[in-house]
Design a protein around this ligand. Structure first.
Ligand code: F6P
Length: 424
């Protein structure tokens, strides 16, 4: 099997551990391995002629990286260059990638064992991610299929959120038509068309939001939660010193998991989450009464957590700044707002975001090796502490249904809050 792995959508801690586990497991099981840079965008861009088989300019032995499996290109050099800026990557600011950097026209890179050494402790995604508009089009997917076939790749591991996994399933479903069209356009040979009749795909859920059904935990969510807890601990000491109130806005998109779990972990006084919108006419009173009670029993600090997707029962967004004004005006509390932003998403993965991706990466390769044209594309999850395989589309469908049900329960007359088209 010739397997490629990509990360897509918003980065999350643990994505590098996925790549590491997938590459190493696949090699142990006798597969050839590639990484795709910049998510689906890299599949569409592929390798410009002259670079596809390059073991050339980047691969001089600089003594900075360890030996690699025979026949692999040296991703380690690229990553080294990315980090330390002593190579061609950062000098090449002329690329047309939004990030302004290119790997000299190479997006699909053959990798070996040592290229991913130590990756499980790295934050973000070292192979890059992008939100690809090209891949959303038939033409884009046709080019992506062509690029994969040119490299001989017949299996794909996608680590991303629900939108990215939906994209993976669409790609697989369309694959026979894509191959037929490439053959018709004479872009691939009859032999290539036969050898690539079936695309194997597996998805792993990388998202800090923990917003996917049929899995208990998404890769990156534990680290983001840990990051929020650390921030609240820091804020607690200054809040206590000045007897202040803090309103913290946390990420999570449409999902309140991070806000709720952070509130439980840090003893927040009040929490706003999208799944449980407070009564638009009464929440200000209720919040003030609750916080006043806490102050009355001697609490010197107040922590209110607002999930970024929170809104009231009339669908009005609940903004941290507004909550701050309520606390200042009605309770006279000296109040500050802290938006944690992308500090929640970056940084080193916690232990759980190394263990989970490692176990799931192994399972992903096994699922691909067992894949037949009749088996569905699987999503690798975790339920009740066991690594699981579920049909990818069942998980995406259930995620949408749950969101819809919550929305209908809270706003029977309103439209669904969730975009029917999931973003990556
Ligand atoms: O889905 C992950 C996430 O971090 C959300 O929690 C947040 O709403 C969004 O991505 C932010 O996206 P961006 O990094 O594009 O601003």
């Amino acid at each position: 099997m010739k397997l490629a792995v990509l990360t897509s959508g918003g980065d999350s801690a643990g994505m590098n551990a996925v790549v590491r586990a997938v590459v190493k497991t696949a090699i142990i099981k006798g597969c050839e391995t590639w990484i795709v840079r910049e998510g689906y965008e890299g599949l569409v861009r592929g390798n410009s002629e002259g670079h596809r088989h390059a073991h050339s300019t980047h691969n001089g032995d600089k003594g900075t990286v360890t030996p690699r499996a025979k026949g692999t290109e040296h991703l380690g050099d690229f990553v080294h260059n990315l980090r330390y800026g002593d190579g061609e990557l950062l000098k090449d600011g002329t690329g047309d990638h939004p990030g302004g950097r290119t790997l000299k026209g190479r997006y699909i890179v053959r990798v070996g064992w040592d290229d991913v050494r130590g990756w499980f402790s790295e934050g973000g995604t070292l192979i890059g991610t992008a939100r690809s508009t090209a891949f959303r089009t038939w033409e884009g997917r046709l080019t992506a299929a062509h690029n994969m076939i040119k490299e001989g790749i017949d299996a794909l591991v996608v680590c991303g959120g629900d939108g990215s996994l939906t994209g993976a399933d669409v790609f697989r479903a369309e694959w026979p038509k894509l191959v037929a069209e490439l053959r018709q356009q004479n872009k691939i040979t009859e032999e290539q068309a036969t050898n690539h009749a079936h695309l194997k795909i597996v998805g792993l859920v990388g998202s800090i939001d923990n917003d996917m059904s049929m899995t208990d935990l998404t890769i990156g969510a534990p680290t983001a939660l840990h990051r929020i807890c650390e921030s609240i601990d820091n804020i607690n000491s200054t809040a206590f010193s000045h007897s202040r109130a803090f309103v913290l806005e946390v990420m999570g998109r449409h999902c309140g998991w991070l806000a709720l779990m952070a509130g439980v972990s840090c003893g927040a006084d009040f929490i706003f989450i999208p799944e449980s919108p407070p009564n638009a006419d009464t929440w200000e009173d209720e919040m003030c009464q609750m916080i006043q009670r806490h102050r009355d029993v001697g609490k010197r600090k107040t922590i209110v957590i607002v999930a970024e997707g929170a809104h009231d029962s009339k669908l009005q967004p609940i903004r941290a700044e507004f909550v701050k004004d309520v606390l200042s005006d009605r309770l006279g509390l000296d109040t500050r707002v802290t938006t944690l932003g992308h500090t929640q998403r970056g940084g080193k993965p916690c232990a759980m975001d190394r263990i989970l991706p490692t176990l799931q990466g192994v399972e992903a390769v096994e699922a691909l090796l067992e894949s037949t044209p009749d088996t569905p594309s699987y999503m690798i999850g975790v339920r009740e502490n066991k690594i699981t395989r579920v049909p990818l589309m069942d998980a995406v469908k259930m995620t949408r249904e749950v969101a819809q049900a919550i929305s209908e329960k809270n706003f029977p007359k309103a439209m669904s809050l969730r975009d029917p088209e999931f973003s990556e």
